[in-house]
Each structure stands twice: as C-alpha cells, then as structure tokens.
Design a protein around this ligand. Sequence first.
Ligand code: ATP
Ligand code: MG
Length: 481
Amino acid sequence: MADVNTPGTGKAFLAGLHEALRSYDRDDVLAGLALLADLQVTQAQLRACPALGLGRAVRAVLNAALDRLAQRDRQAADLLVRHFVRGESTAHLVRVHDCSERTIFTRQRQALAALAQVIWEAEDAARLSGPLSESQQAALAGLPPPSFSRLFGVGELLTRLKDFLRSERGCPLIALEGMGGIGKTALARTAAEELVREGCFGRVLWITARQQFFAWGNIQPVERPVLTYAELCEELYQALQLGSPLRESEAGQELRLRQALSREPTLIVVDNLETSRDIQAVVAGLDRLARPAKVLLTTRHRVAAYESVTSLTLRELSREDALAFIHYHAGERNVPAVLNAPLDALERIVAVTDGNPLALKLVIGQMHARPLAVVLDDLATTRAGAREFYRYIFRYSWDQLSPAARHLLLHMPLLDARGAAGEELAAVSGAVAAAEFWAAVEELVNCSLLNAGYAGGRLLYSIHRLTEYFILSDLVHAEKT
Ligand SMILES: Nc1ncnc2c1ncn2[C@@H]1O[C@H](COP(=O)(O)OP(=O)(O)OP(=O)(O)O)[C@@H](O)[C@H]1O
Ligand SMILES: [Mg+2]
C-alpha cells in the first residue's frame, strides 16, 4: 500500500483527490480542482475528446484509475466506488463489511493513497512518452482521428501485432480480421501510432478502401465498392508525391513505388479491405510492394486463406473487459444511469451486445434518454442478425435526436471519411446558430454517433462506417423512395 508521504502522492494531492471523489458527479467542482485538472493524463483525455469538457475529463481520469486499482486491489477500488461513486453510506459499508466504522475509514484512507499512486504512475508514463517530434507528427498526419480515449482488452493482441510489424523477417502482410465495430481500425491506429513513437516507422500511408459514396452536395449511395489494385497504386503515388502513375506501365509503377518505399521505413495500412472490388489482386500487389515496407490490412472478411498474409482475429471483449469498458465509457459520457446500475443490469448489456465495443458504446449512448431496463428489454427482443441489431440501435438513437443533431448527422456522409474539422461540418450542414450547432455536435458525440479526436494537430469529427450505412440505407434512401 502506498505511503501518503511518498513523492507524488503528497498530502495536498490526496486532499484534492478526496475532494474530487466527493464531488464525483459535479463537473464544475472537478474542473476547478487544479491538481487534477492540470495533469497530463487529464489534458490527454481532453485532447482526445474536447467535447468532454474539463470536469468530465477529470472524471474519466478518476474512472481509469479506479479500473486500474481494481486490477491490483479489487477491495480497495470497491470501497471507493461504493462510497463515492454509488453514494453508499459509511453505516451501510460497516454492515456490508461487518467491521467497525474506524476500520472502514482506515481502509478508505489506504485505498485513496493507492488510487493516488495509480494516477501518478499513469502521469509518469504520460510525461515519459513526451510530445512528438515534427517528423513523427508528419508521419501520423494521415491517420484517422482516434475514436477512443482508451482501449480495453487488446493488450496482448496489440503486443503480438506490433511484434509482427517490427520483425524484419517473417510475413510483411498482417491482417486484422473481425466483425464490424469490433475494433480493427482502433487497434490498427494504435499500433501505427505506437510504432511511430518508438521510431520503427518514419512514415505511415493510411489508405481506406471505403468508397466515397457521394457527389459533392448530393448524397448518392453507390451500390458497388471499389478500390482496385490500380487505384491503390494511384493513392500510394499521391501519398508518396510521385506524380501521376497513368503514363507508366504496371511494372514501371511498381518499380518506382518500391524504390520510394525503400527510402524510409514505411507502414502501409489498408483499412476496410473487404470493400475492395478485387481483394486477390490487391493482396498480391501489396505483397510485391512490401519488403522492406510492412502492410497492415483490416477486414471484416477472413483473408487467412491467402498464403502471403498472417492473420490476427479480433474477438468480442471478455466479460471483465466489457464491464470495465462500460464503466469507463459511462464515466466519460457522464451517464449516471449506467454508473449506478446494478451488476446484473451491466451484465445484460454485455450479453445483448456480445461484448462488441461499438454496440456497447451505442447502447450506453441511449441511456441518456431512456431507462436502462427499457433499452435492454427492447434490444433483447430484437437481436436477430448483426446488421438488424445495429439498424435497430441506430434507429432508436436517431429517434431521440434533436432536429439540429439529425440535420447535422444527415450531412456527415458528405465529408471526408477520415474526419473533418468543425468549420467544415458547420459549412456543409448549412447555417444554424453557432450555439445550436455546437449543442448538436455534443449531442451526437454523447450518443456515440459522432467521433471526435485529434489527428495531425487538428480536431476532426467523423462517423463510423456502420453509422454511415444506416444514414444512407435507412434515412437517405428511405426518404427518396
Ligand atoms: N477494445 C476497445 N476498447 C474500447 N473501445 C473500443 C475498442 N475497440 C473498439 N472500440 C471503439 O468501438 C468503435 C468501433 O471500433 P472500430 O471502428 O475500430 O471497429 P472496426 O472493427 O474497424 O469496424 P468496421 O469493420 O465497421 O470498420 C470505435 O468507436 C472504437 O473507438
Ligand atoms: Mg474499421
């Protein structure tokens, strides 16, 4: 157990932490606690999701620390959560633990010190990782904005993935396979960023195989997905600033690409490979281009059959990871109905979503407006196919939106799939008052229909592919017919 006088866990910090826990639900008080608000870990939360605001960013730091403490000392975390988060009285805890009031206070003090220690460890790690150099920033500029502030249950897979990508020998094509919303893009992004930070890659070329579905100003769902090998080469030419590939033969193009790729350690990410029109040709072409470059593919469909590809499969979150994620995300979004829910209700959320992170986020997002029991009952009776399930979740989230939020969401597919800045959102969605526009942004972020995250030093907003699918198939298409 941490000593209250060790550096970094001094008494002033402990007092601030105590105050923060006592004001767990009060955004205004949390935002005013400088000792916590100024931490790098808090600022990192804010950078990842500015719509949170300072108070909620502090709460997200508290939640993350409570989660980590629970892994180390479940009883200590449990005591703090029961008293400060769920508001159980000391008298009640005395009865539950069958001990004296004094013992409860002593344990609480010790738990608080342990929590401070956990926060300072995270803070040290954040300070050590330090700011990015200019070349690292440039390498990461093309990545999509992160849709998360913390990933759960992927530690082992991330280590394996990074080992594959770091290794000089072995297969240069690695695929992350798994169903929609399971976390392939999130994991690929995390691996790419960490490997750039470690200095393994000086360049990341992020290509999304997703089709631009629209003509500017006119939402036009297109039936067939594209991305052929020729188009991939064209995108790589552009990313490497090699001019136009059109005047060169395929062999000539490959030669130039290989030369350019060998100049600097490069990671090519092809996101959503399954939407490619000709997966076989794309994979074969990438295999010729790789070495020394590495290629990371994400795909909903299995590609394990391709000899040149090593596959890693993402599975749903385990019960423990899903519960930890629910708690964390509900804190991030400030959804007391979930934070205060009994364990069996949380377990029903896990069961009904099969531990799929996107489904978990969307279900939590609905709790702003509807009682947990109602959401769960409705979901449980409509769990048919995965696609129907998402459609059902989206439809409910949509029904609850304000007109301004609906208006904004309908226009999101017109913007760059990799994310667009607030001004672009405002421009494309037409003139609404600034306050109303930002309220709509926050509303959509709160119910996980809009992602907000920093990329290349800019705050960008984007929507998930399944959200886009819903907008196009159920909203736009339905309106036209
Ligand atoms: N392990 C995780 N912990 C917390 N959040 C996660 C995790 N994995 C994914 N998420 C979140 O769930 C959502 C869906 O993840 P992501 O977009 O990476 O899924 P995907 O597998 O790429 O889906 P698709 O096949 O539709 O492209 C994102 O908002 C992401 O931040
Ligand atoms: Mg994806």
